[in-house]
Design a protein around this ligand. Structure first.
Ligand code: DP6
Length: 344
């Protein structure tokens, strides 16, 4: 790892830990907040953690530092992104005195482009920082803390299929994620299609506030979410793929519909996004069960079963403007990487 501290003589024990967390893609989307200060979601959500997209983060609390340092993908980060990490660390720091941290993080996929880098990023940061601060938090508590960094991060604490709950109280006690089914339960695939590599124009938090204030469809979205969540839970219990796909695609279009109806409109798509959506519809009309979902960015994720991967790849190969594809399986929960494992 990059910043291995030497622990010599009678120094205090090293307060450092490294964690890995995987991104997750929401099948029933989270869009909207009922509290900004505690980052409480206005709706519950259901996601799949994915194996191929991940963040690895090392946190070291060091008495000699005068401020937090944050390095992402080999580059020093300053400004609002560092501030976001720093104020998040205030929730976790060892309390005996003000102690700053060296945070070194790597994503194996593009950051801030609608590929859930804040989900894997804040889940890995929560686990690494809490362990480095000497805390062994239960998953539910890790999830609650991660949520305060980014709502979707609460789900990346777990593997497989995950539900984030909308709590009922203003303290956020009931706002945490839980496992619905672990990563071995259902052999699903999400084909992640990269249509653009640049960052998103309007971040999720800002987009949610804007949509809540100006979209005429926002209240309907909030009202219908409990029924969508219940239908999705049932589709998962029954392993009904068609139902899973239909509900996933519908939740995506409901969310994008309400974004587009905001004033001014939030439109995250590019021409390639639309080409991929049309290709998936074409495949479906030929009897291939594939369904799309999209987040706050132009990338498309295609939900399918392993048997159809070759047909889908073949169909996508006709769209030259696609930048990259990842074929993802359900991925594991966030975990601490031991030094032994790192060296192996
Ligand atoms: C469209 O978790 O990024 O991906 O809580 O403000 O950090 P903040 O938002 P974030 O929002 C994710 C929105 C989404 C849908 C989803 O993942 O459920």
């Amino acid at each position: 790892m990059k910043h291995q501290k030497q622990n010599s003589g009678n120094e205090r024990p090293e307060r450092s830990a490294t964690a890995v967390a995987h991104a997750n893609i929401a099948l029933i989307k989270y869009w909207g907040k009922r509290s900004l200060s505690r980052n409480l979601p206005a709706v519950g959500s259901i996601s799949m953690t994915v194996d191929s997209l991940k963040t690895e983060t090392e946190v070291s609390f060091e008495d000699t530092l005068e401020q937090d340092h944050f390095e992402l993908n080999g580059k020093k980060v300053k400004g609002p992104a560092r501030e976001r990490v720093s104020s998040f660390l205030d929730l976790i720091r060892p309390t005996e005195r003000e102690t700053y941290a060296e945070v070194v993080s790597t994503n194996n996929f593009p950051t801030g482009a609608g590929l859930a880098s804040s989900a894997s990023g804040f889940a890995a940061l929560t686990l690494a920082a809490s362990r480095a601060a000497g805390q062994h938090l239960k998953k539910k508590d890790l999830s609650r803390v991660a949520r305060q960094g980014s709502g979707s991060a609460a789900r990346s604490v777990y593997g497989g299929l995950v539900e984030m709950k909308r709590g009922a109280t203003p303290d956020g006690k009931g706002d945490y994620a839980e496992t619905l089914a672990d990563e071995d339960y259902w052999d699903l695939r999400l084909v992640v299609v990269l249509t653009a590599e640049d960052g998103k124009e309007v971040g999720s938090t800002q987009g949610m506030i804007h949509a809540a204030e100006t979209s005429p469809f926002y209240s309907k979205w909030i009202d219908e979410q409990p029924a969508d969540l219940e239908a999705m839970r049932q589709a998962i219990v029954q392993k009904n793929f068609e139902k899973l796909g239909e509900l996933t695609e519908r939740s995506c279009f409901k969310m994008h519909g309400l974004m587009m109806a905001a004033q001014p409109s939030l439109l995250y798509w590019n021409p390639t996004t639309v080409m991929v959506v049309q290709k998936v519809r074409e495949l479906r009309s030929q009897g291939i069960p594939a369904y799309i979902t999209m987040d706050a960015g132009p990338q498309v994720k295609i939900l399918c079963l392993p048997a159809w991967i070759d047909n889908i790849k073949q169909a996508l190969s006709t769209i030259n403007s696609i930048k990259k594809l990842w074929i993802c399986k359900p991925g594991p929960a966030a975990e601490i990487i031991s030094r032994e494992k790192e060296k192996a």
